[in-house]
Write a protein that binds this ligand. Structure first.
Ligand code: HEM
Length: 457
């Protein structure tokens, strides 16, 4: 497909805040929405989407994510005296979106997540009383984001009041929601982030491949044709994603609510942007090394496999990761993270649900992007003119520290003992080809308290 100059550009270069530039292509390339069920329930959790389809990929169950994603980050405009009114206004706006669109990929998923700067400025006393406490880490569930060992020294730690995640199979639904949110005057946008996921499960060329080729990203022609992600592997297999409400604050018992039920059915969200060097990935790593890097060293899979089984019985323990490292000098992305991302023993929750040992805990909602690093930013010097391959990494964990443990494990800092490796070494998962540009932690309140949380107290 031949693109116009305007379509190749992203972000600020594509024009004003509302311009979607290259992302207009997603609908043209996919021919619209994949088949979905129409039944969708509005759940108490904001972070869970109903109506997610499951398909078979190389004999493994895979979740089909919504095609379009957008994140708005913002400062809120109301001051301390106006937050109650603002709470009512935003709730009405969100309730109207719920009424107009089914809460599924067919319609629109809206997740409103709040950062510490909002609470510190506008509701500091209520925050002290209601913020859940992580028992294991002995610290609040929400804290300021940190840089991790493999992050570049200049990764920006952000301080947005709010991040609004919009997900849908239809670009128009997201555009409509963005328009309504911006018209409300409750927010001063700080950035817009856009991207796409999936699209390749019906056969034929996948969306990330087509988008990267259209944007003339170096290395795009080397992406396998049907790959769900730029890096060539499926990342949404069912067994690798936290099931149901597992990432809710209350589910695994990690959290002490200290007598307040305010954030029950809520969760923690981490948001980062990561650049990916596709050319280095495909030219410097052959298929076997890519498998070793993404999953674990010495794993035998069919040549050119994209979906690699990661069921509860395939999970690596910390001892396995140390043993493989002694043998090969490498650690894999999934294997090292599994030492913290999977349940170490069976868990029976307060409502009798049984999660077996090896079950995944984090609910990932990341998506590929051509933003460089954002589609738009209030700091224009932050946005590059040309598209760049990357990921807007969005993940829900039962606490901020639970995310921190996962991310440290990715760098070889395992729960019991650290693996001695250079932070950005090629021996260490994807780290050599990834660079994180921005990070922030947020709390996702339950749906009932999603609008200006704690403002009414
Ligand atoms: C551009 C960056 C990344 C790419 C391309 C990527 C890709 C992948 C892939 C292919 C898998 C295996 C999928 C599966 O088991 O179904 C995976 C698993 C996972 N990744 Fe990443 N990942 C990236 C960054 C991250 C980051 C920054 C984290 C943060 C901790 C992370 C956390 C996880 C977790 C928790 C799993 C599941 C591990 C398990 O329990 O099996 N990933 N990722």
């Amino acid at each position: 497909m031949k693109l116009t100059r305007r379509q190749v550009l992203v972000g600020a270069a594509a024009g004003a805040v509302g311009a979607t530039g290259i992302y207009e292509l997603v609908d043209q390339l996919t021919g619209g929405s994949p088949q979905r069920t129409n039944a969708a329930k509005l759940l108490p959790e904001q972070h869970l989407l109903d109506g997610i389809r499951i398909v078979d990929s190389e004999g493994i169950e895979v979740l089909v994510p919504p095609l379009h994603h957008e994140i708005l980050t913002a400062r809120v405009t109301p001051g301390r005296g106006d937050v109650r009114a603002a709470r009512d206004e935003l709730e009405q706006l969100l309730a109207k979106l719920d009424a107009d669109y089914a809460p599924s990929p067919n319609g629109l998923g809206v997740t409103v997540a709040w950062g510490l700067p909002y609470f510190r400025r506008l509701t500091p006393d209520a925050l002290r009383r209601h913020l859940p406490h992580d028992r294991r880490a002995d610290r609040p569930v929400l804290f300021d984001a940190q840089r991790f060992p493999s992050d570049p020294f200049d990764t920006r730690l952000e301080s947005n009041d709010v991040a609004i995640l919009l997900r849908s199979d239809a670009r128009a639904n997201i555009d409509d929601a963005t328009k309504r949110l911006r018209a409300s005057k409750l927010f001063e946008l700080t950035s817009i982030r856009r991207g796409f996921a999936g699209g390749g499960f019906e056969g034929g060329r996948s969306l990330p491949k087509q988008m990267a080729v259209a944007a003339q990203i170096p290395g795009a022609d080397l992406i396998p044709d049907t790959s769900e992600l730029f890096l060539g592997f499926t990342s949404t297999q069912r067994a690798g994603m936290g099931p149901g409400t597992i990432a809710n604050f209350e589910t695994l018992g990690y959290v002490d609510f200290r007598g307040s039920g305010y954030f029950r059915h809520g969760t923690h969200m981490h948001l980062s942007h990561i650049h990916e060097d596709l050319e280095a990935w495909y030219l410097n790593f052959d298929f076997d090394e890519r498998v070793a890097t993404a999953f674990k060293p010495n794993l035998r899979v069919k040549q050119d496999a994209q979906t690699v089984r990661q069921g509860p019985h395939d999970v690596s323990t910390e001892a396995d990761v140390h043993r493989e490292f002694r043998r090969s000098g490498q650690i894999g992305h999934s294997a090292s993270i599994q030492t913290t991302s999977r349940l170490q023993h069976d868990v029976v929750t307060h409502d009798g649900t049984v999660f077996e040992r090896g079950t995944a805990i984090p609910v990932r909602a990341d998506f590929n992007t051509l933003d460089n690093p954002f589609a738009w930013s209030e700091k224009p010097d932050e946005v590059g003119v040309l598209p760049a391959a990357g990921v807007h990494f969005v993940v829900f964990n039962p606490t901020g520290d639970d995310f921190r443990r996962n991310r440290l494990a990715m760098d070889g800092h395992l729960p019991q003992r650290k693996i001695e490796l250079e932070p950005r070494s090629r021996a260490q998962g994807f780290n050599e080809v990834l660079s994180t540009t921005h990070r922030q932690n947020f709390i996702v309140p339950p749906r009932r308290n999603r609008s200006f949380p704690l403002a009414e107290l």
